[in-house]
Design a protein around this ligand. Structure first.
Ligand SMILES: Nc1ncnc2c1ncn2[C@@H]1O[C@H](COP(=O)(O)OP(=O)(O)OP(=O)(O)O)[C@@H](O)[C@H]1O
Length: 467
């Protein structure tokens, strides 16, 4: 085979791998693909979540390290299909979870090359889990951060949680709007009731109406026998979280407005009027005011929803919380994956602090998970950071003082600001150790830190005062 043929074959194989990974990611039950000896060659994210281990850890290991079964290895070796093998999956904390495994052997020219293993929950557990589906995972204690903005937001949440009024949470994607909605529910009088969420952007328009309001038997082709309750009914006595409300089509906005006014619904295809007993919390990252101006969002609905407005600031406006969040997630993922916490080099920290975090906390969480999974020893350098952070052009670096919104007086400094100051101090000390304390050294240190010489002097003055 020529070099070109080899390269083409390599590319074909890579393409096939990407296709397989893509397909596996759509499957919401855990899937493991193993070779003929039972070593894992692919996993999907559902398997990662279930086993609480990252793909990087699992690939190459024998399946029996994670899945216990009397006969699984035999089935794989012999290339025998199986429909319903009882297995136990063991997560990183050592918990044993019962699953039913379907095995599809991979045969090439009648030779066993491996197997695809699908894991589904036994029917009884599916039933038990249904009752947990409308619970919450987060409380206000899970809202990490002590910047003035987050502290004020938490105080506001505590004040309004007990009220029955509708809340509209605004903020960019990944800032924690759902975390906040769940915290409100937990603090409310309705906390014994369900917390039912619906993402108006994720559900196809044609299904959204029946998902929200339910339907009666025979309402449309394919409607379930006996009909189906909608989220308004399922949330009875609790909270209904309408996520991405800005993506709701106009005709449903009109219907929602009517429901909010009359506090009653009718299922699609039904005539019976059902009383609504829910508290509504809506959220969006969209600019509703300009949507109203462009006739894309109803102004009357906006006023109905915006009774208690809450705003979650983007991470770049509260970089004081970065360090606390990184520590929180470092601890969480190290515990989950059984790893030792890692330290960041000063240059890596500088990149992190100067990055704009367009994906907000979700992006930060992903970064820490990625880093925890890297086999790089305990020091995280710039080269280990994800590409968007690592490759941020120097001219996008901002003055750290501007970005951290440092309050002017010492009395305003919160606990976490001290932490940022500690990080900053570390960076400054390391830079001065490297370049020296002469004027020229300070100039170089300021340049390396991405701040002006005047800012460096100001920070050095502050450091002196703090000591
Ligand atoms: N203050 C916080 N402290 C710790 N984790 C947080 C905080 N806020 C958000 N998170 C985490 O960030 C992720 C995104 O949060 P969430 O889904 O609530 O964001 P969102 O604003 O609703 O996003 P979207 O608009 O995309 O739905 C979650 O995994 C959550 O655990």
């Amino acid at each position: 085979m020529s070099k070109r043929d080899l390269e083409r074959a390599r590319k074909e194989r890579l393409k096939l791998l990407r296709e397989i990974e893509g397909l596996l990611s759509f499957i919401t039950d855990p899937v493991l693909v193993v070779d003929a000896k039972g070593h894992i060659v692919h996993t999907n994210s559902a398997a990662e979540q279930m086993l609480e281990r990252s793909q990087i850890i699992m690939i190459g290991k024998h399946v029996t390290e994670f899945v216990q079964s009397a006969s699984l290895s035999q089935y794989i070796k012999q290339g025998k299909p199986a429909a319903n093998l009882a297995v136990c999956m063991m997560n990183a904390k050592g918990a044993r979870l019962e699953f039913s495994c379907r095995l599809h052997p991979l045969l090439v020219d009648a030779q066993v090359e491996g197997a695809i293993l699908f894991f589904t929950k036994p029917a009884l557990r599916q039933e038990q889990e249904k009752s947990f589906r409308y619970g919450t995972r987060f409380s206000l204690d899970d809202v990490i951060g002590s910047s003035p903005a987050i502290t004020a937001l938490k105080e506001q949440v505590m004040k309004i949680a007990k009220s029955e009024s509708t809340v509209l949470i605004r903020g960019e994607s990944g800032t924690g709007k759902e975390v906040l909605a769940q915290s409100i529910h937990r603090l409310s009088h309705r906390n014994k009731g369900p917390f039912v969420a619906i993402n108006c952007a994720a559900i196809p328009e044609a299904l959204l109406e029946s998902e929200l309001f339910g339907y009666e038997e025979g309402a449309f082709t394919g409607a379930k026998k006996g009909g189906k309750p909608g989220r308004f009914e399922l949330a009875k006595g609790g909270t209904l979280f309408l996520d991405e409300i800005g993506d709701m089509p106009l005709y449903l906005q009109a219907k929602l407005l009517r429901v909010l006014q009359e506090r009653r619904i009718e299922r699609v295809g039904g005539t019976k009027s059902i009383e609504v007993d829910v508290r509504i919390i809506a959220a969006t990252h969209k600019d509703l005011e300009s949507m109203i101006a462009n006739n894309q969002f109803r102004e009357d609905l906006y006023f109905r929803l915006n009774v208690i407005p809450l705003y979650v600031p983007p991470l770049r406006e509260r970089k004081e919380d970065l360090y606390e969040l990184i520590q929180y997630y470092m601890h969480k993922f190290c515990k989950r994956f059984g790893k030792e916490p890692k330290r960041f080099s000063s240059q890596a920290l500088k990149k992190i602090f100067n990055y704009r975090w367009p994906g907000n906390i979700r992006e930060l969480e992903n970064m820490v998970e990625y880093i925890v999974n890297l086999e790089i020893g305990d020091l995280v350098t710039v080269s280990s950071l994800p590409a968007p952070i690592r490759e941020m052009p120097e001219d996008q670096h901002r003055d750290m003082a501007e970005e951290t919104h440092e309050p002017q007086t010492v009395s305003h400094l919160s606990k976490s600001l001290y932490k940022v100051n500690e990080v900053e101090e570390q960076l400054i000390i390391q830079a001065l150790q490297r370049f020296g304390t002469s004027t020229e050294g300070k100039r170089k240190a300021a340049e390396a830190l991405g701040i002006s010489l005047a800012t460096l002097y100001r920070k050095l003055e502050k450091m002196k005062r703090r000591r």
